[in-house]
Design a protein around this ligand. Structure first.
Ligand SMILES: [Zn+2]
Length: 298
């Protein structure tokens, strides 16, 4: 097969991972190709995919974020995403809605997406699939595993009998899990981490930096560290609520990004992340909300 020279191509039996030469940090990422005897499935064609390198029979999108659909326009074939996610693949405006931005933030993010990704207005032909959907590729199956939390319809794909489990933006980075969208959920994210932990695979593939982790033991250790970031954010928030704080002050304190990071979506992500942790802590009886709208530890 021919691919753009900007990739490192690594084979895991019937699965090929196309890793950008410069690494898979945002806006780049690793594209996965599954070669069955009867059909070829591509997962998340990234920014560096500038043509269909394999004559794909289908493309599955893990979730409607611009970096995961960046190369999709080069594929003239069936396109799929989870039912809860396919709207954002069909329409870039729906994708943007998912970020829950103010009009100014939205204009800035829209411009940034335009500059970096040059996405078309959408892929209206994309079809929705559910948890457990099986792509029959002949000698292989690729099964959709719904892993919500990052977004509502975020999915992994388990390739069998190869034993390759693509887990997309459960990306095992030291930065930690991202759950700053309108459809994000901390509880769903934790449940998804528990679900992937149960899967015995030979390889676990992520979209961003880490790439592929070999063996369940190493994977579970990395998963524990990754999940730990969620708990550390919550502990930091609890410690900060030693006196009443309005939401704006918590947003400024920053649970996710470091203080110097300036990007148009940072505030929205911080606001949403703080809101989700506050909701959780209130539900667990650890935080209370005062009449003036501020939050404090109980
Ligand atoms: Zn994402």
């Amino acid at each position: 097969m021919t691919t753009a020279p900007s990739f490192t191509e690594t084979r895991f039996d019937e699965v090929t991972v196309l890793a950008p030469a410069g690494g898979g940090a945002f806006p780049r990422g690793n594209t996965v190709v599954v070669h069955g005897s009867e059909a070829t499935l591509v997962l998340d064609p990234s920014l560096d995919v500038d043509h269909d390198p394999v004559g794909a029979d289908a493309v599955m999108i893990s979730h409607a974020h611009e970096d995961h659909i960046a190369g999709l326009r080069h594929f003239d074939t069936a396109k799929y995403a989870h039912h809860d996610e396919v709207g954002g693949v069909r329409s870039l405006q729906v994708l943007l809605d998912g970020y829950g931005l103010t009009p100014d933030e939205r204009a800035a993010v829209d411009a940034q997406i335009g500059d970096t990704f040059a996405l078309p207005p959408g892929f209206p032909e994309a079809e929705g699939v559910g948890d457990g959907h099986v792509f029959d590729l002949g000698d292989l199956t690729a099964t959709v595993v719904h892993l919500p939390g990052h977004t509502r319809g975020h999915c992994g794909v388990l390739v069998e009998p190869t034993g390759f489990f693509y887990i997309a933006d459960i990306d095992l980075t030291s930065f930690g899990p991202m759950y700053g969208d309108v459809g994000s959920s901390v509880d769903d994210y934790l449940a998804s981490l528990a679900r992937v932990r149960e899967v015995d695979a030979r390889w676990y593939g992520t979209f961003h930096q880490k790439g592929v982790v070999e063996g369940a033991k190493d994977f579970r250790e990395r998963l524990t560290a990754y999940e730990g970031v969620i708990h550390r954010r919550e502990e930091r928030l609890l410690a900060f609520l030693d006196r009443p704080r309005p939401l704006d002050e918590i947003v400024e304190y920053r649970l996710v990004y470091r203080p110097h990071v300036q990007m148009p979506f940072v505030n929205a992500v911080e606001r949403r992340t703080a809101g989700l942790h506050l909701e959780r802590l209130i539900r667990h009886g650890q935080v209370a909300r005062s009449d003036d709208g501020s939050f404090h530890r109980r």
